[in-house]
Design a protein around this ligand. Structure first.
Ligand code: DGL
Length: 268
C-alpha cells in the first residue's frame, strides 16, 4: 500500500500565477510530490462574480481531491478570498489559502503602519486583506487597489515589457500618495511583475509575496500533522491545465527556470 505521506500536495490557481507559490514550495519542501492545476480555460477569475469564482474553485479542489492529494494549497488570492471556507468544508485535509500568510508578513514588515494591497477586482472588493490585517493590528491603515490588467499582461509573457511598466504607473501612482512602506502583492501573478512594480513604487517600499509566506505555512502544517514525505525518491511534479495555451509552458518554464514536463490537459 502506498504511504499516505507520499501523496502529492495539490496546488491550484486560475492560470500560471500559482507557479509563484509552486516555486516556493519546491524550494522549502524538496521531497514533496506536487500536482498543479491551472484553470487556463477560465482565467481570469478576478473579474468574475463571487458565485462563479466559488463554483470554479470548488471544482478545482474536487479535481485535486480525486488525485489523492494530502493537502490543498489555494495558490490564488481571488479563490482564497472567496472560497477558502467552502473548500475547507468539503474535506478533512489541510487547506491553505494565501491571504492570511500574506497579511501576517505585511503586519510584521510595516514600520509606519501604512500598508497597500494590490490584487484582482474580486480580491480587493472582498476586503479580505483589510479584514485580516485589521484583525492583527487595528491601528494599521490599509489601502486597496485593483489592478485588473496585470493578470493578462503576465499570462501574455509581458512582465518586463513597457506595457507592464505603463500599467503599473497608472495603477500605483495613487498609492504613492499614501506614504505606504509595505505593498502586498495580493495576486499570485504579481510576483512575476516584481521588478516592474518595485521600480514604479520605489525601492523604499517593502513588497510582500504571499507565496513565500504560504509555503512556510504549508511546511509547518505538514510537520504538525506528520504528513512530510520521507521518501528519498526524486519528487514527481504533474501539471494539469483546462486549456493548453502555448504560453503556459513558455512563460512557466521561464519563470520556474526548469522545464515543465507532464503537462496534461483535462476537462474540468
Ligand atoms: N492569480 C490569481 C490571484 O491570485 C487570480 C488571477 C485571476 O485569475 O484573475 O488572484
Amino acid at each position: 500500500m502506498i504511504n499516505f505521506r507520499e501523496n502529492p500536495i495539490g496546488v491550484f490557481d486560475s492560470g500560471i500565477g500559482g507557479l509563484t507559490v509552486f516555486k516556493e514550495l519546491i524550494k522549502i519542501l524538496p521531497r514533496e510530490n506536487i500536482i498543479y492545476f491551472g484553470d487556463t480555460a477560465r482565467v481570469p477569475y478576478g473579474t468574475k462574480s463571487e458565485k462563479t469564482i466559488r463554483d470554479y474553485s470548488i471544482q478545482n479542489a474536487k479535481f485535486l481531491l480525486s488525485k489523492n492529494v494530502k493537502a490543498i494549497v489555494i495558490a490564488c488570492n481571488t479563490s482564497s478570498a472567496i472560497a477558502l471556507e467552502e473548500i475547507q468544508s468539503i474535506t478533512n485535509l489541510p487547506v491553505v489559502g494565501v491571504i492570511k500568510p500574506g497579511s501576517i508578513a505585511a503586519v510584521n514588515s510595516t514600520k509606519n503602519k501604512r500598508i497597500a494591497v494590490i490584487g484582482t477586482t474580486a480580491t480587493i472588493s472582498s476586503k479580505s486583506y483589510e479584514k485580516e490585517i485589521k484583525c492583527l493590528d487595528s491601528s494599521i491603515e490599509v489601502y486597496g487597489k485593483a489592478c485588473p490588467l496585470f493578470v493578462p499582461i503576465v499570462e501574455e509573457g509581458w512582465a518586463n515589457h513597457k506595457i507592464a511598466y505603463l500599467a503599473a504607473e497608472e495603477y500605483l501612482s495613487e498609492l504613492k500618495k499614501h506614504s505606504i512602506d509595505t505593498l502586498v502583492l495580493g495576486c499570485t501573478h504579481y510576483p512575476l511583475l516584481r521588478n516592474t512594480i518595485q521600480k514604479v513604487i520605489g525601492e523604499n517600499v517593502q513588497l510582500i509575496d504571499s507565496g513565500i509566506e504560504t509555503a512556510q505555512v504549508v511546511k509547518k502544517i505538514l510537520e504538525e500533522n506528520d504528513f512530510l514525505n520521507r521518501s528519498e525518491l526524486k519528487p514527481d511534479y504533474k501539471f494539469y491545465v483546462s486549456d493548453l495555451p502555448l504560453q503556459f509552458k513558455k512563460v512557466g518554464e521561464m519563470f520556474l527556470e526548469r522545464s515543465i514536463e507532464n503537462l496534461i490537459k483535462i476537462d474540468i
